[in-house]
Ligand binder design. Structure first.
Ligand code: KIV
Ligand code: ZN
Length: 511
């Protein structure tokens, strides 16, 4: 059976989503999980756009050896040189050059003629080929480009040495039939197309990204660019899990396969959601909380008698844990370790010990510990942010007849104990003001959400916040059975990210 190359761009187009910001360790963690998932290509970043991306691509290139590691670059020679510097340590490097092809972009944005664009495309491909044999070329806004010009452009870049040609529906404008027509036209009219892989890259502005990608695959595209949970610029990209599971579930229709280990899909989705701070909507196909939950009595009756009546996929095939087992106060290290393994975690002994301590503390407060509690606990205990300030103590007094007051104590950069207190409009506001009095970094809170991880009055509360400082957004997360403590932890997490980024900046190493 023919294979479709899965090109994951979660760390590039996905990270371009407004509000997503991942630090170096988080990018590496996602890249490790993508390797486990079995993606063929990881687009690790756009190094010419920021020193932080450069650093991330270099690290991922060095650490992740099985998939191709790809860098995106503008179509100019210096950008190609810089991008190569970032990716050259990879076992399988790829340079991905992007240049607009539509008259709309050429006229209003680039102010260049078609001939000039053609020349720039070929020059950069020839230049990139001096560094590596694996070159991808993207004709940005291809779906709004006159087909004859696309054919001409692709013929020229393949002649110049491009080995993959990518057809993006950059603004999510195409409809499925139209888009597969474009791909068919390319296959029929580009004389040297047999020397390159045809790739597609669809955005979801009209909710058609997955449909467009699948239609393109059906007529002959053999690489698909996608992201975990469909995150990406604006409305996002085609979702990897939906494309892969459509190809797998409807193999009878597509007659195609992929290298993806689908049992890693759920873990990957949760990790990306946790680290980007983008919640997955409950009705999201494949990975949403309700994706395999039946509510109608008629459906439940059918599934009990025979799952195939109302289930087209086995939840286990995407790695959704099947056990309803709950742990509690009397569960020991062995039971905890086994549950972690079943949930797909493989922790070092040091991290396991930290997680187990956290589990024991939680079990003192909460009777039954579910899988979601464990996922939240692991995320909380193993956050990869260097803490300049550590939350040591938080205490509030509030109520309908009192002034909300908070006292906080932080451990500062030199290990000193720093305490302060403040009044606020509510307890969270008071806590944040007290922290601000100590840390003294001006910022604006732009988002605050609190949700409960599981059912029950003793549930863990997870807080996600976003703060903005100097035009940059920082995400913070915190979890605890007390939502005021969770809020304080989330704020400290965001502030520590901000401080870490400023430190890297002042060393000239980061964004
Ligand atoms: O949407 C787009 O056109 C892109 C290109 C860089 C492939 O993201
Ligand atoms: Zn894109």
């Amino acid at each position: 059976m023919e294979k479709v190359i899965i090109f994951d761009t979660t760390l590039r187009d996905g990270e371009q989503a407004a509000g997503a910001s991942l630090n170096l360790q988080e990018k590496l963690e996602i890249a490790r999980q993508l390797e486990k998932l079995g993606v063929d290509v990881i687009e690790a970043g756009f190094p010419v756009t920021s020193p932080g991306d450069f650093e991330a691509v270099s690290l991922i290139a060095k650490e992740i050896r099985t998939p191709v590691i790809c860098v995106l670059t503008h179509a100019n020679l210096e950008a190609v040189d810089q991008s190569w510097e970032a990716v050259k340590g990879a076992e399988h490097p790829r340079i991905h050059i992007v240049l607009s092809s539509s008259d709309i972009h050429l006229f209003y944005q680039l102010r260049k003629s078609r001939d000039e664009i053609l020349q720039m495309s070929c020059d950069t491909v020839v230049h990139a080929r001096k560094y590596c044999d694996d070159i991808e070329f993207s004709a940005m806004d291809a779906s709004r480009t006159e087909p004859e010009y696309i054919y001409q452009m692709l013929r020229a870049v393949i002649e110049a040495g491009a080995t993959t040609v990518n057809i993006p529906d950059t603004v999510g404008y195409a409809t499925p039939q139209e888009f597969s027509g474009l791909i068919q036209g390319i296959l029929n009219n580009v004389s040297n197309i047999d020397r390159a892989v045809v790739s597609v890259h669809c955005h979801d502005d009209l909710g058609l990204a997955v449909a467009n990608s699948l239609e393109a695959i059906k007529v002959g595209a053999r690489q698909v660019e996608c992201t975990i949970n469909g995150i990406g610029e604006r409305a996002g990209n085609a979702s990897l899990e939906e494309i892969v599971m459509a190809l797998k579930t409807r193999q009878d229709f597509f007659n195609l396969t992929t290298n993806i280990d689908t049992t890693q899909i759920y873990n990957t989705s949760r990790l990306v959601s946790e680290l980007t701070g983008f919640a997955v909507q409950p009705n999201k196909a494949i990975v949403g909380a309700n994706a395999f939950r039946h509510s109608s009595g008629l459906h439940i009756d059918g599934v009990i008698k025979m799952p195939v009546t109302f289930e087209i996929m086995d939840p286990k095939s995407v790695g959704i844990p099947s056990s309803n087992l709950v742990l509690g106060k009397t569960s020991g290290r062995h039971a905890f370790r086994e549950r972690l393994a079943e949930l797909g975690y493989s922790l070092s002994e040091e991290n396991f010990n930290r997680a187990f301590q956290g589990f024991k503390r939680l079990a003192d407060k909460k009777k039954e510990i579910t899988d979601r509690d464990i996922e939240s606990l692991i995320a909380e205990e193993l956050r990869t942010v260097t803490e300049l300030y550590h939350l040591d103590h938080v205490e509030v007094s509030c109520g309908d007849h009192s002034l909300p007051t908070a006292t906080v104590r932080l451990i500062g950069p030199d290990g000193q104990s720093l305490a302060d207190a403040a009044l606020g409009t509510g307890p969270v506001d008071a806590v944040y003001k007290a922290i601000n009095r100590i840390v003294g970094i001006s910022n604006k809170l732009t988002e605050f959400t609190v949700k409960s991880v599981s059912e029950g009055i003793d549930a863990i509360g997870e807080v996600l916040i976003r703060i903005e400082s100097d035009g940059v957004t920082y995400t913070g997360r915190g979890a605890a059975t007390d939502i005021i403590v969770a809020s304080a932890k989330a704020y400290m997490n965001a502030l520590n990210r901000l401080l870490a980024a400023r430190r890297v900046d002042s060393n000239g190493e980061g964004k």
